[in-house]
Design a protein around this ligand. Sequence first.
Ligand SMILES: Nc1ncnc2c1ncn2[C@@H]1O[C@H](COP(=O)(O)OP(=O)(O)OP(=O)(O)O)[C@@H](O)[C@H]1O
Ligand SMILES: [Mg+2]
Length: 436
Amino acid sequence: MGRLLIVEDDAGVRTTIVNFLELEGYSVDAVSSTDEALERLTQTAYPIVISDIYIDARTGLDVLEAARRKDPSCSVILMTARGTMETVMAATQGGAFDYIAKPFDLDRMLETVKRAEASRTPETDEVEREELPETEMIGSSASMVEIYKTVSRAAPTDATVLIEGETGTGKELVARMIHRNSPRASQPFVPVDCGSIAPTLLESELFGALKGAYTGADRDRMGVFEAAHRGTVLLDEIGDVDLGFQVKLLRFLQEREIRPLGSSKSKQVDVRVLAATNRSLQKMVEEGKFREDLWFRVNVVRITIPPLRDRRGDVLLLARFFVNKYNLRYSRDVRLNESGLKAMEEQAWPGNVRQLQHLIERLIILAPNDRIDSEAVHDALEAMEAQDHPAETLAETEAEQIRRVLAATGGNKSRAAQILGIERKTLYRKLERMKL
Ligand SMILES: Nc1ncnc2c1ncn2[C@@H]1O[C@H](COP(=O)(O)OP(=O)(O)OP(=O)(O)O)[C@@H](O)[C@H]1O
Ligand SMILES: [Mg+2]
């Protein structure tokens, strides 16, 4: 707490207040005129100012204005023996913290100062809110800064870029940044998830197919490479492409030519190719699972995004960013406090930024007390984990249900069988199978 400023023309009252507050442990500056007060306030921002209203040619309202101009968070306490509706109104509208009628007792004054003090210290140890940068890609760790540099160098070129990183580290985001900062920015950016498209369909998806080229091809279909002409294609999960199709990709990267399925004519297209993978292509090459020649073609510029646990300093920035984003989206005012942040910084984040993002979205919607503390973080992580590993087979679901009912009946098997709607014998048999 900085020094307090007392503005009071009556020497007796002034000395009484100063002595009292100093005894209470405050450091106090005291002046007797508005001139001196305004002079002080141009030099110093006081956290709390206590001022009489009727002093000389100017009043406590001028002191109030000067104090708040210097520091809008300054708490100004006004005192007067001649309070009127008008002065109280003016004081309130001018942002006075409180208004004390004279004569006052000193305890009342102390109570008011304490309240002013408390209003300045945030209730929780809330993580400081900072101006958010105008960017979608958050992170200031050394490794992220290196990535930004590579992106800015590679973006203006047509170079193929291989983006590696665990799931949720932001590979697609990096690809979009490259596209957006390239001369192709106004043209399409088309991501293709090579991992989720059946190998037989991948060819028509990328190169297109004429009507009747395969069963179900009821019309001509334009492939992604043609649709993205002059733009950028992201071959996502390129590590999942089977060896046979890798040859076709290689040829495309060399020639930039497409021949739709069922067609005899080739067409030249102008696309930039980016590739992403959460596996190590290099290792796949060593294991004979990825063609070395394709690897060379793709790996012209390589960006490896480190997992979030290797750049924990970014957790704070990301957490702030997502808290702000989801507060806005859901019209909430949930605060992140230090313990919540610490809990986040300590996590291993196997799902990386995506997992952190989902956690925060969930907390913004569900946080009790509008506060994210370590307990809320741990509870939400647990709940999310349970969601991620649902009982998969019917047998598992059944076993789960039996366990729950048994727990609810305190282990009473007859009651449990009754609730489950099965015979006791059946329950025993099932328990045996479950080794319970
Ligand atoms: N540095 C970052 N700043 C802000 N948001 C990020 C960052 N990294 C990732 N995200 C967000 O996390 C989510 C996952 O990112 P993205 O889809 O790019 O990951 P990915 O590496 O492609 O994951 P996957 O391998 O599972 O496809 C997205 O919503 C993305 O916007
Ligand atoms: Mg992705």
